[in-house]
Design a protein around this ligand. Structure first.
Ligand SMILES: Nc1ncnc2c1ncn2[C@@H]1O[C@H](COP(=O)(O)OS(=O)(=O)O)[C@@H](OP(=O)(O)O)[C@H]1O
Ligand SMILES: Nc1ncnc2c1ncn2[C@@H]1O[C@H](COP(=O)(O)OP(=O)(O)O)[C@@H](O)[C@H]1O
Length: 423
């Protein structure tokens, strides 16, 4: 049986299936269900492992699960109670689903409910805050209440608001059992004895707080100071956000030259940690031994993406300049970076092939034309032009400063970096 590490969303779903939170659903891939699992290479069964390789469960061909070990990864693991554990410890409380940081007025509203359990719906891909920030904000809210406990429920987003809403209502009802559910909503109170229908105001995503972090909706007030700090840290202004500047283009188009000039400006200005991931340099170190086959190029770009995403996660700036000829791989990098909380800024150095070949700085085009280098980008291997770059720069007949200026203007407009421009 193969071992397989599911995606973050699938891992969240696995935890909820195993804990009984999705009851009556207990398996993946039920017809019509959003709770799905993809196994690689057409495999029907697998041992599912966490990102560090710990076996969590076996999944059979019909999607049913046999638990092996409890998940142990991630911060605040102690708050991940099953519905049964929650019932045992907190029966009789009022259950309040929380999908965003609570505002002053929401905390006041909850204060009137007596003993409460704040059910933090903090799975992968939920829109308001990162999972860990949502938990920190909910714990901070609990500190401001007289008798509140926090339970973490990793309900992930399935990419469809209605589906997520229904699943959320069902999960919260399961945690509440016969107790009251209080949904925070624009209309105020929606209470009932554990009946999912009575929670329709917001189990999945309480509508009164759906305006996003840092932007409480019209009906709400402000965040208490401790919560505001958590929200601000989780959603930095563009100027402070981790940033991946990704130059893509043909060999000789000017990627390294522009990337280096931009790095110099950043270093001269100071204030940010800057890392270069140049195509040639990466291939001598991180990707030593890889060829220029499609598969190896994709591996190379995913490695760059992984490192760049880690840099962005810690608030740094990564400047990448590989050819990265395939649109799908570039998209994967974007996803990795955004999942890490960073911004992805794609620069297409769109110098045409004729000009790159005319420059032929390294003599590679001549060799490729002579058939001495197989699979050469633009000659015998494809380059898929991006249709969605943040900026497109053709360097033909322009000075480096002039071409770089286009990038600086775009970065300035996007509010990511404000660097001094030439002239
Ligand atoms: N077959 C083939 N095709 C393209 N490029 C080749 C090839 N063989 C060697 N080189 C040299 O390798 C540099 C490109 O490496 P990258 O890692 O950026 O390529 S890729 O993103 O994995 O496609 C590229 O460097 P740049 O000129 O800086 O782009 C070339 O110098
Ligand atoms: N406006 C320009 N911007 C960038 N490079 C330019 C420009 N005009 C001419 N060049 C030259 O084109 C070549 C680009 O090479 P390089 O930056 O190594 O490209 P790549 O990294 O895309 O392979 C360099 O010799 C550079 O001096």
């Amino acid at each position: 049986m193969i071992q397989h590490c599911p995606t973050p969303t699938e891992l969240d779903d696995l935890e909820l299936l195993l804990s009984g939170a999705y009851a009556p659903l207990t398996r993946f891939n039920e017809p019509g269900s959003a709770v799905t699992l993809d196994l690689p290479d057409g495999a029907l069964e697998a041992e599912l492992v966490d990102p560090e390789g710990l076996p969590l469960a076996r999944v059979s061909a019909d999607g049913s699960l046999e638990p092996l070990t409890h998940a142990q990864y991630g911060p605040f693991r102690r708050l991940h109670l099953t519905p049964a554990q929650t019932r045992e410890q907190h029966a009789g409380a009022t259950f309040v689903p929380v999908a965003d940081a609570l505002t002053e007025s929401e905390i006041a509203e909850v204060r009137g409910l007596g003993r409460v359990v704040l059910v933090a719906l903090m799975g992968t891909g939920t829109p308001a805050l990162s999972p860990v920030a949502l938990l920190r904000a909910t714990l901070a809210a609990a500190d401001l209440l007289d008798d509140a406990r926090v339970v973490a429920v990793p309900l992930p987003s399935h990419g469809d608001a209605d589906v997520d809403h229904k699943l959320g209502a069902q999960v919260v009802a399961t945690y509440a059992g016969p107790d009251l559910v209080h949904a925070l909503s624009d209309t105020g109170l929606v209470t009932g004895a554990g009946a999912p229908s009575s929670t329709s105001g917001g189990a999945g995503a309480p509508s009164s707080t759906s305006g996003g972090a840092g932007a409480p909706s019209a009906t709400s007030e402000v965040y208490p100071a401790a919560i505001a700090e958590i929200v601000a840290e989780d959603r930095p202004e563009p100027e402070q956000q981790g940033l991946v500047l990704f130059f893509t283009g043909l060999s000789g188009s000017g990627k390294s030259t522009l990337a280096r000039a931009l790095m110099d400006l950043l270093l001269e200005q100071g204030g940010r940690s800057v890392t270069s991931l140049d195509g040639d340099v990466v291939r001598r170190h991180l990707s030593a031994g890889l060829t220029f086959s499609k598969t190896d190029r994709e591996t190379n770009i995913r490695r760059i993406g992984w490192v760049a995403a880690e840099i962005a996660r810690h608030g740094g700036v990564a400047v990448c300049s590989p050819i990265a000829p395939f649109a799908e791989t570039r998209e994967q990098v974007r996803q990795m970076v955004e999942d890490a909380g960073g911004a992805f800024f794609l620069v297409h150095v769109a110098t045409p092939l004729e000009e790159c070949e005319r420059r032929d700085r390294k003599g590679l085009y001549a060799k490729a034309r002579a058939g001495e280098i197989p699979e050469f980008t633009g000659i015998s291997s494809p380059y898929e032009e991006p249709d969605d770059p943040a900026v497109r720069v053709d360097t033909t007949g322009r000075t480096i400063e002039d071409a770089l200026d286009d990038v600086l203007v775009a970065l300035d407009q996007a509010r990511f970096l404000h660097l001094p421009r030439h002239g």
